[in-house]
Write a protein that binds this ligand. Structure first.
Ligand code: KIV
Length: 265
């Protein structure tokens, strides 16, 4: 299929072809996801919870994100690699934001960055886009604002907040975003925003009328079972598989079946 690009994603939206996106955080999984022909790999700051065991995405640093993006980029041939900008890497001032975004392209091998927020981040998006950095927006339940929201809650349920979210999406498009993630919003709002924009929306808990879908890879594969939001579907059951394999390894070591002659010199 060749390398996925911003232009090809826009063409997919025009043709009504759903865009596929998954997160990945390391070389091995990036290779698997890329070989499955995914369109976009997101190195999400969800790695704070999934990989590093933090209670939220807030402690994730630029160095964490750069290191994991480098690993994902090394494992990826065709998918477009987008890296999440971590908390406080773009909110403090515009110069720092552009420099941090640029590091993902210059040092880590990403082809775009994602940041959270609406109208308030539009000037930053404009600076990045002007510098040639493709920017993906993120609206709705933006996990870096978990404390401001008072928890992980569906957003845009009231008419006023739905209008505000649509205005935010239009501001991000005008500022130069190439795509916007819509997280945890009612399905009818996901559809309305997707129809109102000419750039693709990527939904997670935003209904099936978004221009694409994204899931956290470990949720998609059934590796995470502690947090199970309603929008997650397990497309494989790797937790059970891994558990079985580990039990068998332990048994075979204990009763000296492993290593057998086949694995011995
Ligand atoms: O960090 C992440 O993985 C994300 C996706 C869930 C959209 O932002």
């Amino acid at each position: 299929m060749g390398k996925m690009t911003v232009t090809k994603l826009l063409e997919k939206k025009k043709k009504g072809e759903p865009i596929t996106m998954l997160t990945a955080y390391d070389y091995t999984f990036a290779k698997l996801v890329d070989e499955a022909s995914i369109d976009v790999i997101l190195v999400g700051d969800s790695l704070g919870m999934v990989i590093l065991g933090y209670p939220s995405t807030l402690p994730v640093s630029m160095e964490d994100m750069i290191r994991h993006t480098q690993a994902v980029a090394r494992g990826t041939t065709n998918a477009m690699v987008v890296a999440d900008m971590p908390f406080l890497s773009y909110q403090v001032n515009e110069d720092e934001a552009v420099r941090n975004a640029g590091r993902f392209l210059q040092e880590a091998g990403a082809e775009g960055v994602k940041l959270e927020g609406g109208k308030s981040v539009a000037p930053i998006v404009k600076r990045m886009a002007t510098a040639g950095i493709p920017v993906m927006g993120h609206l709705g339940l933006t996990p870096q604002s978990v404390h401001a929201f008072g928890g992980y809650k569906v957003q845009g349920r009231s008419e006023a907040s739905a209008r505000e979210l649509l205005a935010d999406a239009q501001a991000l498009e005008a500022a130069g975003c190439f795509s916007i993630v819509l997280e945890c919003v009612p399905a009818n709002l996901g559809q309305e925003v997707s129809r109102a924009l000419s750039i693709p929306t990527i939904g997670i808990g935003a209904g099936n009328q978004c221009d694409g879908q994204v899931l956290v890879l470990y949720d998609c594969l059934g590796l995470t079972t502690d947090l199970n939001p309603k929008f997650v579907k397990h497309f494989a059951h790797l937790r059970e598989e891994v558990g079985k394999g580990l039990k068998q390894y332990i048994e075979e070591v204990k009763d000296r079946r492993f290593p057998s002659k086949d694995q011995s010199f």
